[in-house]
Design a protein around this ligand. Structure first.
Ligand code: G1P
Length: 287
């Protein structure tokens, strides 16, 4: 039997974004721009490079702006057309890359990341799928972290989690994995205290997962922080499925934190064709 392709990505975007208040009072945190694109669009573009065709947003009541961002804005398009602003028109028409469809499901209660992913089950169906956390922006200008993970699945039938080394004092901010001698993930724990963390290899927001993840999540009880954790669902599959760590190319910016967000803007600003040179000059003059 040939293996099922990875066609859907689940983007959990129901969280409140309290670390950026008051900026995120009326705007979802995923709509904060890195230079000129919102975080959510950067994630969707990375998914498009991985051959993903269906984006499944798991949202909550205050997140309408995300759906609107990927929808047609007739008024804006008509105005840009009348003014003959072709490149701007193209930019607003392709927020959702060609060939992709968008589905939206609601997470009625904030019960945790695992619960959010489970809310997407009826739309994803009985298929392997990807999950991306848009707060984690992985800057790989030539490539795509998720595309590399989908290639790993296509070539080796391995499911995978993107990982990176973190300082031991930060293990309690992440899911942390243990590996065996073959490099397979054998255990995974959510937000362990530094003194009990099985390693310093932390999961960042990219996952390629089997369809069985949904059944596993239905069985998971509240874990770290009293929430239904994606980590616990995956952990229960590790004895029956092959999961590999993916040490991604490029740099990951934690755009859920002010420092990471500033770093991401700086990195893209310095590379920007229009303002990069002037920005670099200004930056070196102020430091
Ligand atoms: C989530 C996951 C965690 C992962 C992290 C990556 O945590 O639960 O396992 O390491 O994302 O950013 P959160 O940052 O939502 O608390």
């Amino acid at each position: 039997m040939s293996q099922q392709p990875i066609l859907s990505v689940v983007l959990p975007v129901a969280g409140l974004g309290t670390r950026f208040l008051p900026a995120t009072k009326a705007i979802p945190k995923e709509m904060l721009p890195v230079l000129d694109k919102p975080l959510i669009q950067l994630a969707v573009e990375e998914a498009a490079k991985a051959g993903i065709t269906q984006v499944v947003l798991v949202t909550s009541a205050s997140k309408r702006a995300i759906e609107d961002h990927f929808d047609v804005n007739f008024e804006l398009e008509a105005t840009l057309e009348a003014r003959n602003k072709q490149s701007m028109l193209e930019a607003v028409r392709t927020t959702l890359p060609n060939g992709m469809t968008l589905a939206v499901v609601r997470q009625p209660k904030a019960l945790g990341l695992g619960h959010a992913v489970l809310c997407a089950a009826p739309v994803v169906g009985d298929q392997p799928f990807a999950v991306m956390l848009p707060d984690d922006f992985i800057d790989d200008p030539q490539g795509s972290c998720l595309a590399d993970m989908v290639a790993l699945y296509n070539q080796q039938s391995a499911f995978s989690l993107a990982v990176e080394e973190v300082p031991r004092e930060k293990t309690d901010k992440y899911g942390v994995v243990s590996l065996n001698a073959d490099g397979r993930i054998t255990a995974m724990v959510e937000k362990p205290k530094p003194e009990v963390a099985p390693s310093t290899l932390a999961v960042v927001g990219r996952y390629v997962l089997p369809a069985e993840t949904f059944a596993a999540l239905r069985e998971v009880k509240a874990g770290a922080g009293g929430e239904i954790q994606l980590t616990d669902g995956i952990a229960s599959l590790l004895s029956t499925q092959v999961f590999r760590p993916h040490r991604f190319k490029g740099i990951r910016y934690d755009c859920g934190s002010k420092l990471g967000y500033l770093q991401a803007n700086t990195a893209l600003g310095l590379r920007d064709q229009e303002v990069g040179v002037a920005f670099a000059k200004w930056l070196s003059s102020v430091i």
